[in-house]
Write a protein that binds this ligand. Sequence first.
Ligand code: RUB
Length: 308
Amino acid sequence: MSLEEIATGIRSMQIRGAAEIARRAAEGLKQAAQSYEGRDLQEMRAFMEAGKELLLASRPTAVSLWNGVQAVFKGTAMVGSVEELRTRITRNADDFIVRSKGAVGTIGRFGSRRIRPGDRVLTHCNSKAALSIIIQAHKDGKRPEVYATESRPWRQGLLTVRDLSEAGINSTLIVDSAARWLMKDIDIVIVGADTICSNGALINKIGTAQIALAAHEARVPFLVAAETFKFSPKTMYGELVEIEERDSSEVVKPGEVPEGTRILNPVFDATPAEYIDAIVTEVGVVPPSAAYEIIVKELGQDYIFERN
Ligand code: RUB
């Protein structure tokens, strides 16, 4: 797939989910580097930069895309030839993809320890990291009873129940507005992350924040499954996370509402750190207050230039 096709796929949601977006972008940049046929280093740098900008403009909220792209370009300023640049980008992209896939498995194993036999688990949207915990707990013989929200308007909940079914887990689908009603019967909530801010706030699929609020009210533990590349160095330098708003056609069909009705379609929201019990990462299960440390230790070195 060309970078244009990948960017279009991300924009149109054919490629979706924070980790998958990042991996596909890394793979695309690698292919682009390998397809460059010129011999001019400056020209190749400009070609790769254009590709990077195209990908970064495809969806604004998930920092995984930005972190993935940064990882691919790591150390490329030092290289002295087209061949070196190609090799460096290829190696970086491969490393990022392997590490990110490995992280999902590790998160599953760490997170499964937080699930007790027979726990009733609620999840939202379709997060491969959150599902890794649930599926691992199932494999560990804990037989969790899983509830999935529909996740309007894209209905990623249907993907979740399918993923669960393929793993041998029968689950229950609920409409989003049933989350608080159901909370009295839930033992633990597990969701994924698009971005974790330096103050520990979670940015994830719209509706996550109200599920967290309902969990907090009902004293139900709220767990976030997030690879370290979901943490945002940009927020450490003061940047706010842009919440993507998508087209109204995703919410209503033409003619369904009176003319002049405004449709708001924000697709992510922010859950404050105080509603999060723990974040399961591949480097450990941490409180949201550790976000700053994770950014500095796992990602910070690469973003030193941002300080200026
Ligand atoms: C997906 C979503 C997921 C996170 C984490 O939103 O909010 O919870 O991206 O997913 P969308 P993962 O469908 O709009 O991309 O754990 O798979 O990275």
